[in-house]
Design a protein around this ligand. Structure first.
Ligand code: ATP
Ligand code: MG
Length: 469
């Protein structure tokens, strides 16, 4: 959800765009001229301004210049009429983030807006990280003690000993140029850690380039990573530099590395070993100077044990492994994370919430968090939207686990009070039996198959728990 200001002197255009954006969940304001638009901007602020270039009084170029001067973090998207491309080019030179030529479809419009908002968020994040880093660096220089310095990357929070260990690794590895492999379930903060390593490294001034290896088909991934020459394949109308080249002097983050197909693995291995590459369809050898950070949500042993991941590549990547533990194994991080997210999301959600009750924290601590920190962040965000008081209470929390088909049942934790193992195991067994029967539509043979049991074993267990199909 972003705050977007639309400036256009055509009523129907303005209203149409507003409607589209609102439907997508954004907050909008609108003005029929540049002067009024700038007033609104002063008053309300905005993440994005969308302005027509040709308007009766103050034209879009002037609006753009004023916004750039006074609101450096606000993006501007300009709308131009067909056949006035020079105007659009001028606008881009003056700092517009992008332009759109009339007529355009609502689809085109929506895609462009979302992409701009995403880029903006990315940039803001990097800016924050770099700022923290600058503070960090002065701090490091003044520090004379030999004890390890725990970096306070303000965006990554955690008090648990597991996270303290992760911080120490980030600190250590950031100073080197070693390849890093980050392991962790989905939503545990792998990307955050990758960015922190980059931001803390001597390469911080260079680019941080992320490639989501899982999102691209094999051939697309090849040309995405290594680039291609003109005519390398159908559709390659121009020469294109790959992400390796774009990341030169910086860091390349290979996300979801486990999904990379074998032929691409071979090419990757070669770049890691030789520090040079050829573009797809090209002959020239291009040297690259990049630091590699890779991430996967598979544990290291699963990655190599017969899952099609080359062992030689594995050892090239697994130079410094960092493992992010799932949230359920570091529940003592939950309170500080919740407070962090309240701070982070309060404004954006226009929430009155300032603090959180112990009752709410207790309830959050009971859940198993299959989606890890990301899921916690979503839950807090939804709670902030719903809450009406300054204190976030257990009643304000949305039902958890809906999206994951999970339940509210707490993941059993072993505390100093001990637990009854049989009871815990039987509870889980009964639940899974019921679930399997349910999924199998009551067909016992199918339920047995789902659970990897012989039908006779299933019958026995159903009887034991008194479950009727
Ligand atoms: N320790 C943390 N402190 C603050 N925010 C965190 C922390 N860990 C994760 N987050 C937040 O949780 C969300 C998910 O983090 P991130 O994208 O880094 O996870 P991931 O491990 O890359 O997940 P996936 O495997 O699904 O891509 C982000 O919004 C991130 O800001
Ligand atoms: Mg990720």
């Amino acid at each position: 959800m972003a705050r977007i200001l639309i400036i256009d002197d055509h009523d129907s255009m303005r209203e149409g765009l507003e409607l589209l954006l609102r439907r997508r969940g954004h907050r909008t304001a609108a003005a029929d001229g540049g002067a009024r638009g700038l007033e609104l901007l002063e008053e309300l602020g905005a993440d994005l301004v969308i302005t027509d270039l040709k308007m009766a009084r103050m034209d879009g170029i002037e609006v753009l210049q004023r916004v750039r001067e006074r609101f450096p973090t606000t993006e501007v998207l300009v709308i131009t009429a067909y056949g006035t491309i020079e105007k659009a080019v001028e606008a881009m030179k003056l700092g517009a983030a992008d332009f759109l030529t009339k007529p355009f479809s609502s689809e085109e419009f929506a895609v462009k807006v979302e992409r701009l908002l995403q880029q903006r968020e990315e940039r803001e994040r990097l800016r924050l990280e770099n700022r923290t880093l600058r503070v960090e660096n002065t701090y490091l220089r003044e520090e004379t003690a030999a004890e390890p310095v725990v970096p306070r990357y303000s965006e990554i929070v955690g008090e648990s000993s597991a996270m303290q260990e992760v911080f120490r690794w980030i600190d250590r590895v950031a100073r080197s140029d070693s390849t890093v492999m980050i392991y962790g379930e989905s939503g545990t903060g792998k990307e955050l850690v990758a960015r922190a390593i980059h931001a803390g490294s001597p390469r911080a001034g260079g680019p941080f380039v992320r490639v989501n290896c899982g999102a691209l088909s094999e051939s697309l991934l090849d040309s995405e990573l290594f680039g291609h020459e003109k005519g390398a394949f159908t559709g390659a109308e121009r020469k294109r530099r790959g992400r390796f080249e774009l990341a030169n002097e910086g860091t390349l983050f290979l996300d979801e590395i486990a999904t990379v197909a074998q032929p691409t693995q071979v090419r990757l291995l070669r770049v890691l070993q030789e520090r040079e590459l050829e573009r797809v369809g090209g002959e020239a050898t291009i040297p690259v100077n990049v630091r590699i950070i890779a991430a996967t949500n598979q544990p290291a042993d699963e990655l190599v044990s017969g899952n099609g991941f080359r062992e030689d590549l594995f050892y090239r990547l697994h130079v410094v492994p960092i493992t992010l533990p799932p949230l359920r194994q570091r529940r003592d991080d939950i309170p500080i994370l919740v407070r962090h997210f309240i701070e982070k999301l309060r404004e954006r959600t226009c929430s009155p919430v300032r603090s959180v009750t112990d009752g709410a924290l207790d309830r959050l601590a009971e859940y198993s968090w299959p989606g890890n920190v990301r899921e916690l962040e979503n839950v807090v965000e939804r709670a902030l939207v719903l809450a009406e008081k300054e204190e976030l209470d257990a009643d304000d929390l949305p039902p958890m686990g809906e999206a994951n088909g999970g339940t509210l049942r707490p993941e059993p934790v072993l505390t100093s009070d001990g637990l009854d193992l049989n009871e815990v195991v039987e509870g889980m067994e009964e639940r899974l039996l019921r679930q399997a029967l349910d999924q199998a539509g009551g067909v016992k043979a199918e339920a047995a198959r789902l659970l990897g049991l012989k039908p006779s074993a299933l019958y026995y267990k159903l009887e034991k728990y008194g479950i009727e199909a």
